[in-house]
Write a protein that binds this ligand. Structure first.
Ligand code: ADP
Length: 248
């Protein structure tokens, strides 16, 4: 086989592996959607009082669970589509979003996990006003979730995570950063970090379950919303991810 032929064969191989992975993701996402739908049906039975009356507080919690469940179903649907299109040909619902609120809400959902893992999650609240951003609220929530989730996954007990948000008035942007004092990223891995399925060796050693899809998806979402994402990292010392989104 000459060089061109072996390159072609290699390319074909990669295409096949990629297609298999893509199918696996679809299958898992579909399974997830089935379970979420079953959960929705059960929660609805409670909410509709088919299983007897609820106290006010129970009803309030069931409503919250239902909303969260609906949100997950909508997200799985969107991510399923995103998995099939590298150029993210999916419907984004652009609205004026208060990203400070969204960020605070997202952080709040992680406190249980960080407490359990002995990691400190700190929100550095801004002193100045933060303008709204024109974006899809739920997709932007995925971005914040992915970055905070990674910061937690790649931190050790006793590490700290700082989340901050500020307005860049000159450039009409809002900037968010998630800084951790975790395992960091090797110089040689930095250019591959946003590649589909890429996982660095130190990340695999720390947490062997992962898809290498989080950052790929995150970058896709950010760029679809005319934003930017970048990072700084020192191996063994920590990583900061920055996201900027245009103000509405
Ligand atoms: P996953 O976390 O499922 O492996 P991601 O696409 O979210 O996939 O991240 C890709 C890779 O980028 C990770 O496997 C890890 O090597 C690196 N990475 C991402 N975030 C961090 C972080 N905060 N600290 C260190 N490495 C990180």
């Amino acid at each position: 086989m000459n060089e061109l032929e072996s390159l072609k064969a290699e390319n074909e191989n990669l295409r096949k592996v990629n297609a298999i992975k893509s199918d696996l993701i679809s299958i898992s996402a579909h399974q997830l959607r089935t379970s979420l739908s079953a959960l929705k049906w059960m929660l609805k039975m409670f909410a509709d009082k088919d299983l007897g009356n609820l106290t006010g507080e129970q009803d309030e919690f069931i409503q919250k669970a239902l909303e969260s469940n609906e949100r997950m179903i909508a997200l799985v649907n969107k991510l399923l589509t995103l998995n099939h299109t590298d150029d993210a040909e999916i419907e984004f619902e652009f609205k004026k979003v208060n990203v400070l609120d969204l960020l605070e809400q997202t952080i709040f959902e992680f406190y249980g996990e960080t407490n359990k893992k002995g990691i400190e999650l700190i929100f550095l609240k801004p002193y100045t006003e933060i303008p709204d951003v024109s974006c899809d609220r739920e997709m932007t929530r995925v971005v914040f979730q992915n970055l905070i989730e990674n910061a937690i996954k790649y931190s050790r007990e006793g590490d700290k995570i700082f989340v901050s948000i500020k307005a860049n008035e000159q450039e009409n942007k809002v900037e968010i950063s998630v800084r951790d004092t975790g395992i960091g990223i090797k110089d040689g891995d930095k250019e591959k970090i946003f590649n589909k399925f890429f996982r660095a060796d130190n990340a695999i050693a720390k947490d062997h379950i992962g898809s290498g899809l989080g950052l790929f998806t995150t970058k896709n979402i950010i760029e679809h919303q005319k934003g930017k994402i970048w990072f700084e990292s020192t191996e063994g010392q920590g990583t900061t991810f920055f996201v900027s989104l245009p103000s509405a």
